[in-house]
Design a protein around this ligand. Structure first.
Ligand code: ADP
Length: 260
């Protein structure tokens, strides 16, 4: 994506608005306390990467933001709107600001690529089919798949499917983009293309990103902040140079050593 791309996404500018707030959030599954009194904020346009061992609660944070899970206690806000605790109307408003890209793409298998992208803007945002299609075509060009608009997901490679999933998330004009290990289901040769696309989106838009990834060089490139999790708590956080270059905690050193 070139810097002068005429795409209608929020463009990069300096701002200190708080986009995401977790205040004393606790989430349990039975006896398992997955998030333990978690507090953090992410400001507009910032890219926050969540790292830590499997089972430390990273995906649960993204799922809470998507309202796929409900916390046991605490407050979650998106751009000043309550996601939890909240009434149905407020929750729906907050939820509209968020897009997510999943590990397994989760495209609608029976719909064309174009329809995958237009479906939610028409149903949820109330765009006309023509408006939604015009925007979908722009986004498909952006992700380099303009010629695949009539294909079905199964006719595409994993990398192409993930690009469609990214276009689908962007079609909702999200203020927040959640990325959950988006390259871990891809063949190794397809990983770089998807990461390059995300780097471009990170560089040229003002979308706030929360990213769970094991791709440490990608995390280093795009992150403003890295949060290291262990057992449902943030054990340290800071700029990538600090967390990757000079971590304070033995647990962080062990984790980074194990995946290097
Ligand atoms: P991570 O993303 O860091 O690997 P997760 O947030 O996926 O961690 O999971 C944290 C913990 O919550 C794990 O112990 C996992 O087994 C548990 N967990 C996640 N979802 C559910 C669920 N729907 N029911 C029961 N336990 C769950």
């Amino acid at each position: 994506m070139s810097a002068d791309t005429q795409i209608d996404l929020p463009m990069k500018k300096q701002s200190g608005t708080e986009l995401i707030r977790f205040e004393n959030v606790t989430k349990r599954f039975g006896d398992n306390t997955v998030l333990d009194d978690l507090c953090f904020t992410a400001r507009k346009g910032k890219h926050v990467t969540l790292v830590g061992p499997s089972g430390s609660g990273k995906t649960t944070i993204l799922r809470l933001l998507m309202t796929l899970e409900t916390p046991d206690s605490g407050i979650i806000q998106v751009n000043g709107t309550r996601l939890h605790p909240a009434g149905e109307k407020e929750r729906r408003e907050a939820r509209k600001k968020i897009g997510m890209v999943f590990q397994q793409f989760n495209l609608f298998p029976n719909m064309s690529v174009l329809r995958n992208i237009t479906e939610a803007p028409v149903r949820v945002l109330g765009l006309s089919p023509d408006e939604a299609e015009a925007r979908a075509r722009e986004l498909l060009d952006l992700v380099g798949l303009g010629e695949k608009r009539d294909a079905k997901p199964a006719q595409l490679s994993g990398g192409q499917q993930q690009r469609v999933a990214i276009a689908r998330a962007l079609a909702m004009r999200p203020q927040v983009l959640l990325l959950d290990e988006v390259t871990s289901a891809l063949d190794p040769e397809l990983v770089a293309g998807v990461l390059d696309l995300l780097r471009d989106i990170a560089r040229t838009t003002d979308i706030t990103m929360l990213c769970v990834t094991h791709e440490m060089s990608f995390a280093r490139d795009i992150s403003d902040e890295v949060m290291m999790f262990d057992a449902g708590k943030v054990i340290e956080s800071g700029p990538p140079e600090k967390i990757f270059g000079d971590p304070e905690h033995e647990r962080t050193r062990e984790f980074l050593g194990a995946i290097a």
